[in-house]
Design a protein. Structure first.
Length: 265
């Protein structure tokens, strides 16, 4: 079931399902909650799932000024405070993962466990081919047909506003994010970093996130791209649920997680 809630002046749409501990799904850029179709019912079997659509996305209208990751993180914090009323697990894909990182840095008290899928902390983490792709994208082009269709179907701003939101999105992704390494190192929530092996976020950058965030785990999903949530949902869901629901296993030959001064055989 979906409904609106006012978050500091942003009339924010969210879908909700399930019961149990709260879990927040944060969709990707220019996407809607429909891209979580393979995750929401599965996660709702174990959790009370909330899926807010951020400003300029889906049923949530655009706001004056640019779209920024900082503004969307602030909106998400407001949603956690007002709707959830306390800490939750955060699962973010693409832009949603970036927002999740920023929320975990700014408000560690609101994040129990964090999952980031295909997320970058800096613009340098994107493969070079993406810059060329964005340079040739048009809001009316065939490549944007799916995103445009979702926007026109749901946006309260109407289909004519699509080029405006598209331009804001492209500008944001060309300039942001720039999350400092020192800030990533302050994330205290147990974190799962996920990437497709042919993602637009490089594996090297993903490994940097994994190595920088103190209490983190890493998963590379084989045979997938940036849209791993739709390409291999069963495998992804199993990995995410294992991380959220189970305690870490004691490994036999730990290196990164070895106790200080431990001797490795």
């Amino acid at each position: 079931m979906g409904e609106y809630v006012d978050i500091d002046g942003v009339n924010t749409w969210f879908d909700e399902d399930g019961s149990g501990d709260p879990l927040i799904l944060l969709h990707g850029g220019l996407c809607t909650n429909e891209t979580w179709a393979a995750q929401m019912p599965v996660f709702a079997e174990r959790f009370r799932v909330f899926a807010p659509e951020r400003r300029g996305h889906g049923h949530t209208g655009d706001q004056p000024g640019p779209i920024t990751y900082a503004a969307m993180a602030t909106d998400t914090i407001g949603f956690l405070d007002k709707v959830v009323g306390g800490p939750a697990h955060l699962v973010g894909w693409s832009d949603g993962g970036i927002v999740g990182l920023m929320v975990a840095i700014a408000r560690p008290d609101l994040v129990r466990k964090l999952v980031v899928i295909g997320a970058n902390s800096d613009t340098t983490g994107i493969v070079p081919e993406v810059d060329d792709m964005f340079a040739h994208l048009s809001p009316s082009g065939d490549e944007m047909a799916m995103f445009r269709g979702l926007y026109e179907l749901h946006s309260p701003d109407g289909p004519d506003h699509w080029p405006v939101v598209f331009a804001k999105f492209v500008e944001m992704t060309q300039r942001e994010p720039h999350i400092a390494i020192a800030d990533l190192a302050r994330i205290s929530a147990p974190t799962l970093v996920v990437v497709g092996d042919d993602d637009m976020v490089t594996i090297e950058h993903t490994a940097l996130l994994y190595r920088t965030i103190p209490n983190s785990e890493l998963a590379v999903i084989p045979g997938t791209s940036h849209t791993v949530v739709m390409e291999k949902p069963d495998l992804l869901n199993r990995i995410v649920l294992d991380f959220l629901c189970e305690e870490p296993v004691p490994t036999m030959l730990p290196i990164r997680r070895a106790a200080p001064n431990a001797v490795t055989p």
